[in-house]
Design a protein around this ligand. Structure first.
Ligand code: GLY
Length: 348
């Protein structure tokens, strides 16, 4: 098993290995004495993994209750969030108990936000069951729900007490899930790890090492900028245009597919607007296609711009873009929204 230690406002471990889900109770005992554990999950993940996690927690002395909501991004809303809070209150959970987020990014984000706010904040652990959640949303303490106006518009920073990544669970729900996770993996390579990018190209890296490498990259960035005031924004590579195309597709595009398209758009911006010191788009598209990801969408620059302008990354009349200069190096560029509109027209 691989272990990555995160030293943010809270210290915690990220455990990565094959078939480690059945040891959840044992790992949790290392950070928390037996208490009540509320497992928050979705219906599809529950049918596969709830019994294993519940049994493991009960065997280690935790008393469990569980709540499952319908799988999918459409559930990451204020109604599901309110139902989770009511469930926690009905279950009489106290501040010394724990929430266990079992599932992909939607479960982790919404259960984490419930943990951040129920009784003004309680401990939680993340058990990501998708590659995407393992390398991105389960680490670093961002929790959120979507509003009608856009993704992740209400949320809080709240670090987990432990993250357990069982790589055997990745890709078991849906064929698209692994490739979706690889969009975030490739993103880490473009941001700051050209060796990771090359090893993905030549296929010389396995899943556990891939997760460990991405978690370490994210850990280092989060330790330097936990509250997202500067460097952490690099992790938004591909997300500005990506969130827009995801919303425009009414979420028929997965988050990973949307981020893949967003990264291609911004790499074209980098090349056509003079930021890139080498050609990026061709290599990027080839790697995304190798992992079954799309590299274009049928949306117009105007459509993408109109949705991007309500993004969290907009401050007044400016937006901060993450622009690749070359594979393994990106910069933050703050520019007027009107310039972003022109860049989009040049690139899309
Ligand atoms: N998913 C981007 C971040 O955690 O900052």
């Amino acid at each position: 098993m691989r272990t990555v230690e995160v030293n943010a406002s809270k210290k915690y471990k990220v455990l990565i290995g094959e078939g480690i889900l059945g040891n959840t109770g044992k790992y949790l005992l290392e950070v928390k004495s037996p208490c009540r554990a509320a497992i928050i999950t979705d219906d599809k993940v529950a049918s596969l993994y709830l019994d294993t996690v519940r049994k493991s927690l009960e065997e280690s002395g935790f008393k469990t209750v569980d709540f499952a909501f319908p799988n999918g991004e459409a559930s990451k809303n204020i109604d599901t969030y309110a139902s989770i809070l009511e469930f926690l209150a009905d279950s009489k959970l106290s501040r010394t108990d724990i929430i266990v987020a079992l599932g992909g990014g939607v479960v982790g984000d919404i259960a984490g936000f419930a943990a951040a706010t129920f009784l003004r904040g309680m401990d939680f652990i993340q058990i990501p069951t998708t590659l995407l959640a393992a390398v991105d949303s389960s680490v670093g303490g961002k929790t959120a729900i979507d509003l009608d106006s856009g993704k992740n518009l209400a949320g809080a920073f709240h670090q987990p007490s432990l993250v357990i990544c069982d790589t055997n669970t990745f890709g078991t729900l849906d064929d698209r899930q692994l490739s979706c996770g690889y969009a975030e993996v490739i993103k880490h390579g473009v941001i700051c790890d050209k060796e990771l990018f090359s090893r993905l190209e030549d296929g010389s890296i396995d899943l556990s090492e891939t997760v460990e490498r991405c978690v370490k990259i994210k850990r280092d960035i989060v330790e330097r900028d936990e509250f997202d005031n500067g460097e952490r924004r690099l992790l938004n590579l591909g997300h500005t245009a990506g969130h827009a195309v995801e919303k425009l597709s009414c979420y028929s595009l997965t988050h990973g597919a949307a981020v893949a398209i967003g990264m291609v758009i911004v790499s074209k911006i980098a090349e056509r607007c003079g930021y890139a010191s080498e050609s990026i788009t061709e290599r990027l598209c080839a790697l995304l296609e190798k992992y079954g990801l799309p590299t274009e969408c049928g949306m117009t620059p105007d459509e993408i711009f109109s949705v991007s302008s309500s993004d969290k990354k907009v401050e007044g009349a400016s937006i901060t873009l993450v622009i690749p200069e070359k594979i393994g190096s990106c910069v933050l560029v703050k520019c007027p929204l009107s310039d972003y509109e022109k860049m989009l027209s040049a690139a899309v």
